[in-house]
Structures are given as structure tokens and as C-alpha cells.
Ligand binder design. Structure first.
Ligand code: TIU
Length: 235
């Protein structure tokens, strides 16, 4: 099969034209201790963080598939500068959390770059050669320079995973669609603190003829990927 020919992936609302040859990046949004573990930002908002755990294994399987093929991977972290100059009051003062962004919890200062809680969970830790970007907003393109990095790599398609579906994942996917990327969201590799919001986000994304993009289970995507070059030990 030619690297130029799209591979049709069974998806909602119709097959997704997957671009092989390293033109599709796997995006892992904000799989940070601050959202997934007790004592972090997600818990400070009153959420049950265990609801996000089912996404971890499917994301790990997708990471393994991308790594085996040498395709580009992007990890994002929602993280602010230590002086919070990139965290406007409209974000910092919103709601009534038990701890606000920048305050100190059991894993350090919430959503501040370099703090233990801001790191990506060990099961999904970035590897050398993968992009790992700190983003001050919900969307991954705001104030990050990511679009230029992806253009330099020749990436035209994005496969989305991570948390939370209707907040940072959906915002990033909408930003990506506006920038011309064809986007696929992996249903079991994304989670929300609110199952009904996850379902609504999936429906909104695919409605009106994939107005934002497509969604599919990880099994359908993995089954359709071209074979990886098998790397022998020591190769
Ligand atoms: N609160 C919530 O659902 N999400 C966030 O605050 N950030 C992300 O989605 N990463």
C-alpha cells in the first residue's frame, strides 16, 4: 500500500480517511496526575477522578502502536508559568474549588509547570523524540506554537485521546479543525468526570456530517493500521 493513499477507518458518522506514513499524529491531552489522581486540580473541583482511569489502557495501546511505527506523538499538559502571568483571572477565579490554580496541594502547586502533580502519569510518560507541550489554555494551539511544529513534521491528520472529553479534548479538536486538520477522537481513550457530557461531546463532534470530526473505538483504529516494521532486539 502506498503511503499516500488514505486508509478508511470504520467510524461515526462515516469512515475516517486515515493518513499513513507519519502524517497522522497521536495526540494525548492532559493525562496528568492533576486530573487523574486524588489531591490534584480535578479533585479540587469536586470530581471523582477514578472516572478517568478507563482511558489509560487504550491510550497506552495507541502509544505503543504509534511508537512501533515511528509516527509522531504529541503530549499536552495544562500548565501555567510559576508567576501565573499566563493564567487570567477569568480562569483562576472561576468556580469554588477547594484549591485554586497555583495553590499548593499534596502534589505541589496545582497546574504549575514543573510541579509533581502537573506531570503526565507514569503509565503514559512521554518518550524521547515525542512532543510534550505545556498549554495555558484548554485548547492545545493557544499560545503554544504547536501548529508550526506539526506543519514542520508534515502532519495533516490528528487522532485525539485524553481528558476531559468535553473540556480540553473538545476545545483542542475544534481548534485543530479550524486549522485544517482532519480529526478522529478515540471513544474509549477519552474520558470525562461527567459521562453524559462525554456522550454529548461525541455526538456534537460527529453531527452534521462530521462538522468537527469523527469518532471510533480504539479496536477499530488499531485493527486497520498498516503493519509495523518489526524491530528486533538490539536493532
Ligand atoms: N475540569 C475539566 O473537566 N477539565 C479541565 O479543567 N482541563 C482539561 O480538560 N484538561
Amino acid at each position: 500500500m502506498s503511503d499516500d493513499e488514505p486508509i478508511p477507518i470504520a467510524a461515526t458518522p462515516f469512515p475516517y480517511p486515515f493518513a499513513p506514513g507519519g502524517r497522522t499524529a497521536l495526540v494525548v491531552i492532559d493525562m496528568q496526575r492533576d486530573f487523574v489522581e486524588p489531591g490534584g486540580f480535578g479533585a479540587s473541583l469536586g470530581n471523582d477522578v477514578s472516572l478517568l482511569h478507563t482511558a489509560i489502557e487504550p491510550i497506552a495501546a495507541l502509544l505503543a502502536a504509534w511508537r512501533a511505527r515511528g509516527w509522531p506523538v504529541v503530549h499536552t499538559r495544562e500548565a501555567h508559568l510559576p508567576d501565573l502571568s499566563d493564567c487570567p483571572p477569568a480562569k483562576r477565579l472561576r468556580g469554588a474549588p477547594s484549591l485554586r490554580i497555583g495553590e499548593t496541594g499534596t502534589m505541589g502547586r496545582l497546574l504549575v509547570r514543573g510541579e509533581p502533580g502537573t506531570s503526565i502519569i507514569p503509565a503514559l510518560a512521554p518518550q524521547r523524540g515525542e512532543l510534550a507541550i505545556d498549554k495555558p489554555g484548554k485548547g492545545m494551539f493557544w499560545a503554544t506554537g504547536l501548529h508550526e511544529m506539526l506543519q514542520a513534521l508534515g502532519v495533516t491528520h490528528l487522532v485525539f485521546t485524553g481528558v476531559t472529553t468535553e473540556v480540553c479534548v473538545q476545545t483542542s479538536m475544534r481548534e485543530a479543525n479550524d486549522r485544517g486538520y482532519d480529526c478522529l477522537l478515540v471513544e474509549d481513550a477519552t474520558e470525562s468526570y461527567f459521562p453524559e457530557f462525554k456522550a454529548a461531546a461525541l455526538a456534537m463532534i460527529a453531527a452534521q456530517g462530521a462538522i468537527v470530526g469523527w469518532h471510533t473505538p480504539s479496536a477499530a483504529l488499531l485493527a486497520a493500521l498498516p503493519a509495523s516494521a518489526v524491530k528486533s532486539p538490539g536493532a
